[in-house]
Every structure is written in structure tokens, then in C-alpha cells.
Design a protein around this ligand. Sequence first.
Ligand SMILES: NC(=O)c1ccc[n+]([C@@H]2O[C@H](COP(=O)([O-])OP(=O)(O)OC[C@H]3O[C@@H](n4cnc5c(N)ncnc54)[C@H](OP(=O)(O)O)[C@@H]3O)[C@@H](O)[C@H]2O)c1
Length: 285
Amino acid sequence: MIGITGASGPLGRATAELVLRTVDPRGVVLTTRTPEALADLADRGAQVRRADFDDPRTVAAALVGVERLLLVSTDAVGSRLDRQRAAIAAAAGAGVSHIAYTSVPEPVPANPAVVVADHAGTEQALRESGLRWTALRNNLYAHMQVSVVEQAAATGRLVTNSGAGAAAYVTREDCAAAAAAVLTQDGHENQVIDITGPEAVSVLDLVRLAREIGGREVEPVDVDDHAFATALEEAGLPQPLSELVTSFGASTRGGFLARVGSGVADLTGREPRSFADVVRAARKP
Ligand SMILES: NC(=O)c1ccc[n+]([C@@H]2O[C@H](COP(=O)([O-])OP(=O)(O)OC[C@H]3O[C@@H](n4cnc5c(N)ncnc54)[C@H](OP(=O)(O)O)[C@@H]3O)[C@@H](O)[C@H]2O)c1
């Protein structure tokens, strides 16, 4: 059987929908903290079970019968590593033989993105688990950058701490399609796969798009990490979120998000959606 944790989250649900198109729903186990949120997929025949990484016993019980699992990283940045390790151990105990995990590009100590330690630790736990594993290193979601371009189009300034760096933004839909392919096809075991958009997008690319949709001059404004985080907080972002966003800017500046991989095309048989396409589509009524 195929399993997906965090199946009521946007990525988990999108992956589940794709898996359910290709396999018998009775062979699909969807785990979540909120089974009621997946009543529609239960109605279609999927087995919806409650599991919460905060209580590994629920994970072990929910994964009985599952062979290949997508373990969706949780959103508890900074406090999730131990729980994800425990979830891997619980999955192994329940008989899971292959775990695919939603990771981050280049989870190395030099990468300043604050999520790196959690993902590096979880990838390490997978490698040491004795199970087969697949690290799906999802780049930054494209939709999260759309407001950056729109705001620049509105104000004429694109304030950034990304310097001359670039990021290969990818859509969540493409991440889901790649994950669904790993769950439903053989041959992706013990691999690191970069899940990216079709090109690395620089600040100047963002500026060009902002000019296009705004119909006005837009200038890039380079600031350092401290000034960037301060500006985000003054705009109302809570500090942990401003730290997170600032660290991704620093990661982009350092080149850790720039590598373009062929993962989406290799796994799905079609090219990933471009960032420019996502921005232009967001403008349409
Ligand atoms: N690449 C990127 O730019 C990017 C951006 C944001 C997040 N992410 C990562 O990708 C993951 C999936 O993201 P998303 O797009 O679906 O949005 P999301 O809203 O951040 O999803 C949160 C996910 O965490 C799960 N979760 C939270 N606490 C949990 C717990 N105690 N036990 C088990 N699962 C728990 C949720 O599952 P249930 O609610 O169903 O239990 C849900 O699947 C995120 O959790 C985060 O690690 C990546």
C-alpha cells in the first residue's frame, strides 16, 4: 500500500489526489491530524487514518500495511527534527520499506536557510534507517514569490537581500506531481532528486516581471539581512517568519537555491511550470 502523511495539508492533499487517479483507492492510506478534513477522499475509497508526529504511537498504528510512504515535513520549523526521526522509526516498526521525504535544496551547514538543520537531520535519519529512501529536495514555492513581484510593481521598488543570487522556484503542484510519481513508480530508491522550476530566477528577472505587470519603472534595492528583516517586521511579519524569509534570501544570495534539476520532467514526463507563467496567471481575472 501507498501512504502519505500530512495528507490534509496543501502538498499532501495535492499528492493524494494525483495518486488516487492512478491506483486503486483501497491501496492508499492517508494520515493526518484531522481525518474529517479528508472525508471526501475517504468517500472515494482511500483509507484515512489519524496520525500526529507529536505522538509516534499514532504514526505506528496508522502505517500498518503501508509499504511506500511520502513523509511530508511538518511546518514546525526548529522543533520538528526529533518528531520526524520518531516518525521514521515508527514507520520502520510498522513495516514501511521505502520513505520519500520533502526536503530542501542543498541541506549543508553552509546554507543559511533556517530550515536546513531539520531537513539535513531528517535526511540523515532516513539514510541510517535501513529503509529505502528518496529525498525530494523541493525548491521554494513559486506562489510565495508572486506577492513580492506584485508589491514591486505597485511601489516601483523591489527590496531584496538576495543580491546577485537566483532561485529555481517551483510550483507546489509540480512538487506534488513529482512526489506522486515516486510513490507510484519503481526505480527512485536511495536517490536525492532536485525538484525545481525550469530556470533559476534572479532579482533582475523579478524586476523585469514587475515592470511588465506594473507597466512602470521598478528599481532593485539591495539591503543587508538586518535591514531586510527589520523592514519585514515593520511591515507586520512576526519575527520567526521574518527570520525564515530573510534566511531564504541569504540562501539565495549564497547560490544554494540556484541549481536547476530535471527532477520534475524526469518523474512526470512534462516540463515544470515557469515562474513567469505563475506571475502572469495570477494577474488574470
Ligand atoms: N518549498 C517551499 O517553499 C515550502 C514552503 C512551505 C512549506 N514547505 C514544507 O513543505 C511541507 C508541506 O507544505 P504544504 O505546502 O502542504 O503547506 P503547510 O501548510 O506548511 O503544511 C503543513 C503540513 O505539516 C503537517 N503537520 C503539521 N504538524 C504535524 C504533526 N504534528 N504531525 C504530522 N504532520 C504534521 C500537516 O499535516 P496535517 O495537517 O494533515 O496533519 C501538513 O501536511 C511543509 O510542512 C513544510 O515543511 C515548503
